[in-house]
Design a protein around this ligand. Structure first.
Ligand code: MIG
Length: 641
């Protein structure tokens, strides 16, 4: 049962698709003290949810800000990343879900200030609160997902493996990636194009110098089974003669400052403007611009910088130039020196800038900071709506960095700029169930880590986990060491692991569809399936994948294996040097040897396995063998037709 408590929100966010009339009865579970929603937690209560938020799967003990932020350093002490996913699930003395539909900054203090108190504090009380009760954790999530509408389903080829890197800047470097994968016999479906493909970082342009015949090149790659997936950044370069700028400016489609002038910010293209995705006309216009690329054969995109990330604003920069002058010629003590040093650093993603521009929403003029968390969502929605018209016959691959609940209907998300750190394998695993609760099914993290230098063993272990994530993309930052599957020594082990992904695709894809159509979670913590098993509640580094798989990846450097908890008897499946082996295992704790390059996972029923192929198009989805014990497997897509 879902109840809606309405505190006269100032904007319709679009997160919820069901019409519910607000409750007149007193607020259940929470009490509000005028500025926060409070709940006294039982001693052993657990709190799940919050989508992309980091730390353990049980979120209790930490404090989170729901505030979409471009932060390339995902350390444990962070309170927010790129997404704002305001759904939590309390399990313990009472069991219920709560969704705070609120587009501004919101704090979730989950037993951080007071170990027993859950406190949710918005900037003002203008929001809709949904309280969901149900028979089980899964049931509550299912009801929530019905409330927010069906998750985005990408084209089937988007479940293949993708290679990305910030710096594949021309035809030759992209050809090299495709060629080396092919030569190593490693499957590949996608190569991603980062900002370097554009002409001076201008959205919807292509550098003629580096891609002299882009349309021909897209065709050439497609003939090789590879989809090219370009990036689109949120901000538009301010440059006269550039048609996207000219048109947007003329029609008033960019965010405005207090006095109604275009608000100028600095990002990759230099001085740029922010499309006003909250203005339905502007949104339609920007979405239409994707046509420049779909017209020449592009069938997938990733949307970046849409928190929106701001390196600086024109006004902020001018002020900084002024204020730095005051330090000149003075004898600085340490503190004055630090504040001088920070003048420029503080320019990025500054609260002051977010306070100083406005949207032209249907409800009227909105200060950006009041609706900040909607920006990335509305960018994805703009693209999604347009792409449905531009490419009506098949879905377009689309995922985004920033998001709010609602965006899950329009695209997937990736978890942004992680590091080539061992701890980030586990972090990624722990982000997945929260994302699924909030409807984000097509998601994944940069495999091998975005920042920093990857090593061979890290990439092997990372792939061994990420082969189960719907979005399976290896991506890294410019200037870091190459981490393609052919760049870190002997390729055979990488080939076996990536091939395993393809062999599991009939199962993984079918389970993805089941999760999307039935409002289920593709990734679940063990306790969602084994609610009465007290041990399952403490397992934070294993996940259920679809109906019958369980994964327990190795995420520690130098580990020769790991302890695994089996909540029931299962079949252990081991991929070793390309061969699959099975072994029946009994319920309980086991130490499992997992030599580097082996992939071990567990099944509670028969699994369909296909033969590998060089890409999803060549994969024979119907030619299956069965491994494991128990009931045979009926693919969801066939049931659904
Ligand atoms: O300021 O386009 O998260 O995936 O490679 C960095 C360059 C901008 C951030 C994205 C990352 C991408 C990078 N972008």
């Amino acid at each position: 049962m879902i109840k809606r408590y309405s505190y006269s929100p100032f904007i319709y966010t679009g997160a919820v698709v069901k019409d519910l009339s607000p409750e007149c009865s007193p607020l259940k579970h929470f009490y509000e003290d005028g500025s926060s929603f409070c709940y006294r937690m039982g001693k052993d209560d657990r709190v799940y949810g919050l989508g992309e938020a980091i730390r353990g799967i049980d979120k209790r003990g930490w404090i989170y800000d729901s505030l979409c932020t471009d932060d390339p350093l995902h350390t444990e002490d962070k309170r927010s990343l790129y997404g704002a996913h305001n759904f939590i699930l309390i399990d313990g003395d009472e069991r219920f879900g709560a969704f705070f539909d609120y587009p501004g900054k919101l704090t979730f203090d989950i037993g951080y200030t007071d170990p027993d108190m859950l406190m949710i504090t918005p900037k003002g009380m203008k929001l809709d609160l949904y309280i969901i009760e149900g028979d089980s954790l899964k049931d509550i999530v299912r009801q929530f997902r019905e409330l927010i509408g069906r998750s985005y389903i990408p084209p089937r080829w988007a479940f293949g493996y993708g290679q990305s890197r910030w710096s594949y800047a021309d035809e030759a470097s992209v050809r090299e990636v495709a060629g080396r994968y092919k030569a190593a016999g490693i499957p590949l479906d996608m190569i991603y194009l980062d900002i370097d493909y554009m002409d001076s970082f201008k959205d919807f342009t292509i550098s003629g110098e580096r891609f002299p015949d882009f349309e021909g090149f897209v065709k050439e790659m497609r003939a090789d089974g590879i989809h090219l997936i370009p990036i689109i950044d949120a901000a538009v370069k301010k440059e006269s003669g550039y048609s996207v700028y000219e048109e947007g400016h003329e029609k008033g489609y960019f965010c405005k400052d207090e006095s109604g002038e275009d608000f100028v910010v600095g990002v990759w293209p230099g001085m740029s403007l922010l499309p006003d995705f909250l203005d339905p006309e502007a949104s339609k216009w920007f979405g239409g611009c994707y046509m420049a690329l779909t017209d020449i054969g592009i069938d997938g995109f990733w949307n970046d910088m849409n928190e929106p990330a701001l390196f600086y604003s024109e006004k902020g920069l001018n002020k900084a130039f002024e204020s730095i002058k005051a330090y000149e010629g003075k004898r600085l003590d340490a503190h004055t020196f630090f504040s001088a040093r920070d003048v420029y650093q503080k320019l990025s993603n500054s609260k002051e800038d977010y306070d100083n521009f406005y949207h032209n929403a249907p409800e009227g003029r909105m200060r950006h900071s009041d609706v900040h968390n909607l920006y990335g969502y509305k960018m994805t929605e703009s693209a999604y709506n347009a792409l449905k018209d531009l490419r009506p016959d098949e879905p377009t691959l689309l995922f985004s960095r920033a998001s709010y609940i609602g965006a899950h209907r329009c695209g997937g998300i990736w978890t942004g700029d992680n590091h080539s750190w061992w701890s980030h394998i586990l972090q990624s695993l722990q982000q997945m169930p929260g994302l699924n609760m909030c409807g984000f099914l097509y998601s994944g993290s940069d495999i091998g880590g975005f920042n920093g230098n990857c090593t061979r063993d890290l990439l092997i272990r990372w792939l061994s986990f990420a082969l189960f994530t719907p979005l399976m993309r290896n991506h890294s930052a410019a200037g870091t060491r190459g981490q393609e599957a052919y760049a870190l020594g002997d390729t055979e082990v990488f080939r076996h692991i990536i091939q395993l992904r393809y062999r599991l695709l009939p199962y993984l894809y079918s389970e993805f569809l089941r999760a999307a159509y039935e409002n289920e979670m593709y990734f679940r913590p063990l306790c969602f399936d084994y609610e009465d098993d007290p041990v399952a509640h403490g397992v934070d580094d294993q996940l259920m994948v679809g109906d019958r798989l369980m994964i327990a990846p190795v995420y520690k450097q130098n580990a020769a294996g790991r302890y695994v908890y089996l909540p029931q008897d299962m079949t252990m499946i081991r991929m070793s040097q390309g061969e699959l082996y099975t072994e029946s295992m009994t319920c309980g704790h086991h130490y499992i040897n997992v030599p580097l390059g082996d992939v071990v996972f567990f099944s509670r029923g028969i699994l369909p396995i296909s033969e590998s192929a060089m890409n999803t198009e060549q994969l024979d989805w119907g030619k299956l063998t069965e491994i494991g014990d128990g009931e045979s497997y009926v693919p969801y897509s066939i049931v659904k037709g």
